[in-house]
Design a protein around this ligand. Structure first.
Ligand code: BG6
Length: 493
């Protein structure tokens, strides 16, 4: 278990805290993983008493689908661990209140003042809070460890991400900073590393000699869900591509790290991100496709188009779909394209990494040869499957594709929420699953040409295709199919 500590959540009454963080913390605490000396200080701008915050948190636990079933009496005990402070994040007062909370916890915590500061606020507050904590010396580690967890989006482009990094580093050492990408906390994403580097049979095939291309898909059936304020500014490139998809790409394409530790893994991820061929504005049209959903039918329900969603501009140029072809200029992947796609209001929720192999060199049977596919199903129906051809029973030599399937259900265990994994890692000081400064920087560099070409406000903006250009409930714009080129197509998921 981690050392005694206080978890300080900035933005504690926000959506993320309510839906994900509080349930995750409760689950960890109930499983005894947070130790006995532990408490939570919620911090917000909204005036609230401790009692009101406790009510809010317990209500959040009761309504979230992610909350583990509480054992009798546990909700009440957990309630006792909660406190609340509020104030203006630009002033000193609120940080002074937080400091007093840490002083008070000290005795119960055996003289240690360990604290994890979790910034679950709008991004515009990351810097003011980091500075405020710094002004009061709350980042100093003489009386216990101090760590800063930062939610996404980390910056809105390369320049602002760099500014944010610089601002944070005026207070914190990089070793204290934990940038969250919740995809890295997903069980099956970690399993990608386990399967690649815990077995001898996959790695020898994992290169340009055998792989034709790789497809990474993060499809969602959900639409905007009332998040226009954020999404109109972000769009799919900032919301999914720069972070979640780039991380999945890096884990798939990186070299084997020398050890399973934070620096070894992050070094390799950074290295392969550096090898991605640049996409200057002029090349964007060639390697990237954008889309925006119109009305349609998803899961049997009629849904409005993006531009009809509340608080979206009627002529909004924001993309809700992206497909991009990445080329990797290193020895392993020369000539092997990686196709990444993500979109909202697609037919279903499915996240998958598919390694599509080259065809056998010679076809001696009637009919064509198919490509073998190794697919990592990140969610739902988590598992790994291998598709290959087999003889159909009968007199004739006819081949058909079959699938060998490993399902996570086989373990019989419930998969934990990525947030509980990442929170616990941060409490333990393990940064393996948190993107480092240079990774985030590099991921922004890769997408920056796309942002420049697609952001309406950019001087090099390229006029958008006719939006909307895909119906809700379909697999995105037709141009995404053309992106793959001759003889390749997106997997039907
Ligand atoms: C978030 C995005 O980071 O990831 C959301 O902001 C998206 O727009 C979500 O819906 C998807 O996460 P998951 O875990 O549901 O695949």
């Amino acid at each position: 278990a981690p050392e005694p500590a206080t978890l300080v959540i900035f933005g504690a009454t926000g959506d993320l805290a309510r839906r994900k963080l509080l349930p995750a913390v409760f689950g960890l605490w109930q499983d005894g993983l947070l130790g006995s000396a532990f408490n939570i200080v919620g911090v917000g701008r909204q005036a609230m008493t401790d009692e009101q915050f406790k009510d809010f948190a317990i209500e959040a636990l009761k309504t979230s689908k992610e909350t583990d079933t509480p054992q009798p009496g546990n909700l009440e005990k957990f309630r006792d661990l909660l406190y609340y402070e509020y104030g203006d994040f630009g002033g000193d007062e609120v940080y002074d209140l937080v400091r007093r909370q840490l002083d008070e916890a000290e005795e119960a915590h055996g003289g240690r003042k360990n604290a994890l500061f979790y910034l679950s606020t709008p991004p515009s507050l990351f810097e003011p809070i980091s500075n405020g904590l710094g002004r009061l010396g709350l980042h100093r580690q003489d009386e216990g460890w101090r760590r800063l967890v930062i939610e996404k989006p980390f910056g809105r482009d390369l320049a602002s991400a760099r500014e944010l990094n610089d601002a944070i580093h005026t207070v914190w050492d990089e070793s204290q900073v934990y940038r969250i990408d919740h995809y890295l906390g997903k069980e099956t994403v970690q399993n990608l590393m386990a399967i690649r580097f815990g077995n001898a049979i996959f790695e020898p095939l994992w290169n340009r000699g055998y792989v034709d291309h790789v497809q990474i898909t993060a499809a969602e059936d959900l639409g905007l869900e009332g998040r226009a304020g954020y999404y109109e500014e972000a769009g799919v490139v900032r919301d999914m591509l720069q972070n979640h998809l780039m991380q999945l790409f890096a884990l798939t394409a990186m070299e084997a790290p020398a050890a399973f530790d934070a620096d070894a893994i992050r070094d390799e991820k950074t290295k392969v991100l550096r090898a991605v061929r640049a996409i200057p504005v002029e090349r964007v049209a060639e390697v990237a496709v954008r889309g925006q959903y119109g009305p349609g039918v998803v899961d049997g329900e009629k849904v409005p188009g993006y531009r009809e969603e509340p608080n979206v501009k009627p002529d909004s140029p924001t993309p809700t779909y992206v497909a991009v072809k990445l080329e990797v200029d290193n020895w392993r992947w020369q000539g092997v394209p990686f196709f990444l796609r993500s979109g909202k209001r697609l037919p279903k929720k499915v996240t998958e990494i598919a390694v599509v192999f080259k065809r056998a060199p010679l076809g001696i049977f009637p009919g064509g040869l198919e490509r073998n596919v190794l697919a990592f199903r990140i969610q739902p129906d988590e598992g790994v499957s291998l598709k290959f051809s087999s003889k159909m029973p009968g007199q004739e030599m006819v081949l058909r594709e079959v699938v060998m399937d490993f399902r996570y259900d086989a373990f019989g265990a419930q998969l934990e929420s990525p947030y509980s994994r990442l929170l616990l890692d941060a409490m333990l000081g393990d940064a393996t699953l948190f993107p480092r400064e240079d990774e985030v920087d590099r991921a922004w560099q890769i997408v920056s040409g796309i942002l420049e070409a697609w952001d309406a406000a950019s001087p090099r903006h390229q006029p958008a295709p006719e939006f909307p250009n895909y119906d809700s409930g379909t697999w995105g714009p037709a141009a995404a199919d053309e992106l793959m080129g001759e003889g390749r197509r997106w997997r039907r998921l």
